[in-house]
Ligand binder design. Structure first.
Ligand code: AMP
Ligand code: MG
Length: 410
């Protein structure tokens, strides 16, 4: 081997170290995007009774099934009106019909609905059936066609989207159990950094990593807690890390290489972390430190903005998702047709920032341009990460590549 650790191996170590947090009850309107902490068992059928799928008349198929070409037009006596929200009181007998609205419960005796467009009124209380319906039982939505009482309708571990929220409302769940959101402490390190709310001179650069990482935490369903900036000194680092130990995860950026001012690794070790120190076989992404300090998972990410974001995305995000109750962790992947030439060595898997497009019915992808690990506009422009495997040396226009979808429409 080349001394590099594969991303898959590092991801497995991270996922094995993380476990789902406890659950909490929240109101349904707060539940969008949260992960369900209980199996949802239907307490009743939906729909709760057979009901009409049309505005029209509930009838007996016997009374209307005749051949319209050769016999008279059926005329039925209207014995009741059933608007939606009312229960029918009467039973449809021979030669009778009940006027019914979409969604209203089917009356006893009737087995078919004739849509209103196929009928004509006849006086105040009769209706003529002008056209045949397709057959016995049409336009009836059967009881339980959507949900059967006792079935598990949404499984624990499902992320709630509008469909699930609507279903929970159907099942009258106004409160729902969801996994707690992991709390993630974020610390940037480096004497060159200044924070947004500070006055700073020209020797400094703005600490952007903390904000980009905080946004990544939120996107993954976690709660970020910004610890600010630590100096390039072990004591400063330790003091800040202590503040983060109430959180489930601590993420540092910068200071993780082996330079004179890189203290993440020794400080993690001094604080009792059983350390994994990886030189990951990916680009962007340099050394990454990972271990457990007391109850918190601790990550040391590279300082370069794109490297920190990509390593966050491929490692820290997985831990947040698992702690947050998710059961799948990889971003959705699509195949797309590469439009450029690209060459690399075969020792690392590359994540090129890419722009996916639909062109003439084909999904295409181009890089965003410069791919240096300090070029954050590459993340601004990208809607996908082009995943170029370790063993691929060249890509040519027309080659098919895998692209991880970053959350943006295209
Ligand atoms: P380091 O990994 O500490 O050697 O940092 C590498 C480079 O990343 C530094 O020279 C900075 O330019 C940049 N960098 C480190 N931390 C941050 C940060 N929090 N925000 C923006 N850039 C950073
Ligand atoms: Mg540094």
């Amino acid at each position: 081997m080349n001394g590099l650790t594969s991303l898959e191996k590092a991801q497995k170590v991270v996922l094995d170290s993380a476990s789902a947090l406890g659950c909490e009850k929240i109101g349904l309107l707060e539940a969008m995007g949260r992960v369900l902490g209980e199996d949802i068992i239907a307490p009743r059928d939906n729909p709760p009774w057979n009901n009409s799928a049309m505005d029209g008349f509930a009838v007996r198929w016997e009374d209307i099934k005749q051949d319209f070409a050769i016999t008279r037009i059926p005329e039925l006596k209207i014995i009741e009106d059933v608007p939606a929200g009312n229960m029918p009181q009467k039973t449809v007998g021979r030669g009778e019909a009940i006027r019914i609205m979409t969604g209203a419960p089917m009356p006893a005796g009737a087995d078919t609905v004739v849509r209103v467009e196929f009928t004509e009124p006849l006086g105040d209380d009769h209706v003529r059936i002008m056209k045949p319906e397709d057959g016995q039982g049409v336009h009836i939505r059967p009881q339980g066609e959507d949900v059967k009482q006792g079935d598990c309708i949404i499984a624990k571990g499902t992320m709630l989207r509008p469909g699930e929220i609507g279903m929970l409302a159907i099942l009258a769940k106004s409160f729902v159990s969801v996994y707690q959101r992991p709390r993630v402490a974020i610390l940037s390190t480096g004497d060159e950094l200044a924070d947004l709310d500070e006055r700073f001179d020209e020797s400094k650069i703005v600490n952007s990593n903390s904000y980009g990482i905080a946004a990544g935490v939120q996107e993954a369903g976690g709660i970020p807690l910004l610890l600010g900036i630590a100096n390039d000194h072990p004591d400063s680092l330790k003091e800040k890390i202590y503040q983060g130990l109430t959180c489930d995860i601590i993420v540092l950026s910068g200071g993780v290489s082996m330079g004179d001012y890189d203290f993440t690794k020794p400080v993690f070790e001094e604080l009792g972390a059983e350390m994994n120190f990886w030189k990951l076989a990916i680009r962007p992404g340099q050394p990454v430190a990972f271990g457990k300090i007391q109850r918190s998972l601790a990550f040391g990410l590279p300082g370069n903005p794109v490297s920190s974001m990509v390593t966050f995305d491929q490692l820290v995000r997985l831990a947040i998702l698992k702690m947050g109750g998710h059961s799948s962790f990889q971003r959705p992947v699509v195949k797309a047709v590469f439009q450029e030439t690209f060459s690399k060595h075969t020792d690392r898997r590359h994540f090129l920032r890419g722009v996916l497009k639909h062109e003439d019915g084909v999904l295409t992808v181009r890089t965003t341009g410069g791919q240096g690990s300090g070029i954050l506009t590459s993340m601004v422009k990208a809607n996908g990460l082009i995943d170029v495997p370790e063993d691929v040396e060249h890509l040519n226009p027309g080659d098919t590549v895998s692209v991880q979808l970053l959350s943006r429409n295209f």
